[in-house]
Design a protein around this ligand. Structure first.
Ligand SMILES: C[S@@+](CC[C@H](N)C(=O)[O-])C[C@H]1O[C@@H](n2cnc3c(N)ncnc32)[C@H](O)[C@@H]1O
Length: 234
């Protein structure tokens, strides 16, 4: 079974409607808020956003008010993509929005570059996290933010139990706890440097920026830190 079919069966219309109701009631959840907070340290006005595995489009929806110039959402689940299309229409008005159905790792080469790329709880749904991140890093002009499950025994155990239950029910969809070292290695080899990292008990959120692309408008202290990082002096 292809990844898209597995995603379609896991994230169908009922799940998409449930996620939308939850978002309308409570807003973005904790991990998504961490990504948004990290991104908002940087100037976002007039940037092009690529939201990979964007679900119902929460990150794109939230950043619409920050002056993002255009938003592209790539999703493997048609149900999520449909809800996102509906949700984002009003928020973006005449600004460009694009909704692409497919496996990002397979179509990355066909997409235009973006200033800001996000993958919120996406690598954990995909077997080849390195391939996915490599594709995302290739398209990133400035920032890449992503969240992933902590590589701890309790997360590995919970994931194994969930996958066992899926197997018992005959479902093809699986989740993964990937190696943080291997994921950061892919991004660093692609010329990105980690600018921030934060976490909860279960999740980590990392923000990477492209070496040499540190805007003057960035908060002075943080900008100085990242410039030192890029120069290898930290
Ligand atoms: C757990 S959901 C998270 C959705 C959303 N980012 C959020 O945090 O609410 C993971 C999403 O990533 C999508 N996804 C995972 N790998 C993908 C890939 N290679 N290409 C496109 N979508 C992908 C899945 O279809 C699913 O909708």
């Amino acid at each position: 079974m292809s990844f898209c079919c597995a995603a379609e069966s896991q994230f169908g219309p009922k799940v998409a409607e449930r996620d939308l109701r939850r978002y309308r009631r409570r807003g973005a959840d904790t991990v998504t808020k961490l990504i948004l907070a990290q991104l908002r340290h940087w100037p976002l006005r007039d940037k092009r956003l690529l939201n990979i595995g964007g679900g119902i489009g929460v990150i794109s929806a939230e950043l619409a008010a920050d002056g993002i110039a255009s938003a592209t959402l790539v999703e493997a689940s048609p149900a999520y993509l449909e809800v996102a299309r509906h949700e984002l229409q009003n928020r973006y008005g005449s600004r460009s929005t694009q909704f692409l159905l497919g496996d990002f790792a397979r179509i990355a080469d066909t997409l235009p570059d973006a200033d800001v790329i996000t993958l919120d709880r996406v690598v954990c749904c995909y077997p080849d996290a390195e391939g996915l991140l490599r594709g995302a890093a290739t398209r990133t002009l400035q920032l890449l933010a992503f969240s992933y499950p902590r590589d701890r025994w309790y997360m590995r155990t919970a994931t194994a139990v969930q996958n066992f239950l899926r197997w018992m029910k005959g479902k093809a969809f699986r989740t993964f706890v990937h190696s943080p070292q291997q994921m950061s290695g892919v991004l660093e080899r692609a010329g990105l440097v980690r600018a921030a990292t934060q976490g909860t008990l279960a999740w980590m959120v990392d923000l990477y920026c492209r070496v040499g692309d540190i805007p003057d408008a960035l908060d002075a202290r943080e900008g100085q830190y990242i410039r030192k990082l890029s120069a290898g002096s930290i």
